[in-house]
Design a protein around this ligand. Sequence first.
Ligand code: NG6
Ligand code: CA
Length: 508
Amino acid sequence: RNLDYVFYTLAGISSIPTTLLAGQAQPEKNPVDKQQPNIIMIVADDLGYGDLSCYGAHRISTPGMDRIANEGIRFTQGFCTAATSTPSRYSVMTGLYPWTNTEAKILPGNAALIIDTKKITLPKLMQQAGYATGSVGKWHIGLGDGNVDWNKDVHPGAAEIGYDYSFIQAATNDRVPCVFLENGRVVGLDPNDPLYVDYRKNFPGEPTGKNNPELLRMHPSVGHAGSIVNGVPRIGFQKGGKAAQWKDEEMAELFLDKAKQFVNDHKNAPFFLYYGLHQPHVPRVPNERFVGKSGMGPRGDVILEADWCVTEFLNELDKLGLAENTIVILTSDNGPVLDDGYKDDAVELVGDHKIAGPLRGGKTSMFDGGTRIPFMLRWPAAVKPQVSDVFVCQMDLLASFASLLGQTYSDKLDSENTLDAFLGKSKKGREELVIEGMFNYAYRQGDWALIPPYYNPYSKEDGEFIGLGYGYKLYNLKKDIGQQENLADKYPKKLGEMINRFEYLKST
Ligand code: NG6
Ligand code: CA
């Protein structure tokens, strides 16, 4: 592997110092295609733009994640497509906008796989390029056909969309089934104690968060009234499968071990790993080693735990000699939130920590806090450390990696090839993006953001945080990163153009 050559090529330097080529064969026409770096995508769950010290947090220190930023590119305008998990992850996997599939909304744990197994996906693209592919951690894009028997093989799932190996949680930390699936099979299930899952009604005689608060060690603030697993009430009901139930406080290390194992198993061939950290999504139950460590309660503690996982994982790449030619991306599936349904002191102890940094809103929001997320990429062999303010989106990784690996596909996707922006050698990223909030869509074009009128009679706060309300909102992000000054009346022409374009994009 001729890494120096790749570096100069990617940096756009066409004349290569001859010293670098001394004693080496002349590089072929397109050496980047042959380069085949390993690719790892670490996607945290609900991690905010302001949650990392490299993005300006000062009450919390995240040296593990910061290392990726310091040794690679930190994007200040990196976006996901949606302010909640399922639609956001759907876009990463498929390269499609979330509205291309009406099922791409926050899924229950027994929802069917929402990805068309006949179409190209990010992991399939990697397989096509000869990569071994693996998925570890949070999943949340559905499993099975909608009528799953959890005591048998669960298909279609990760394998059918392109993962050779998978060790995953079906949905979220707070949704049943609270078990792991390895290659489509529930791990550690005792055949004499079958597992049943239902989202409509409880199983007779089973305790729930609603009826048995005395059994809880963490209490809900809203919802989360279903089955109790590991002392924590969840969404939905499950029965049986006791031996397979997860322990929240062991989950981080377990996912880390599986991620490390996958890398070890494939250290001699190119691989793609999608590593879904489960933090800081609720319920926030850190390992005891992190309890109280942040001074901000469980939400801060689990961020430190996640950061430790990243540190350990990067150390493993060092140990295996893989760091140099491995692309590591770290990002989040949507913006941050404090109270997301459990009384875990997130609001009380946050102090002056700004979970979304200078951005307005957070998870579920049409303001930037919902979809502008931590986004960094490290590839020592080819990418110079830098901070980039180029507008990039996770959905574009599919087309961009296709370009990097010399792959093609016949499906028409929303994913755009912005490879040069991802690698820090171009200032040209995305020009526009439609953004999905929990309730509706917003539109970003250049420095401008448009939030169309939507009104929710049930919530007073939605205007402040989510962006609901009467009338159009128009912001200039460059001058007003916190989206405080609505310029809709001041720039009617700009507003009209943005509305037309937004309506057009949504209708195609
Ligand atoms: C909401 C849950 C929230 C979280 C979210 C999904 C309640 C009251 N709220 O419905 O706790 O689970 O769904 O988060 O139940 S996501 O990051 O996976 O999209
Ligand atoms: Ca999430």
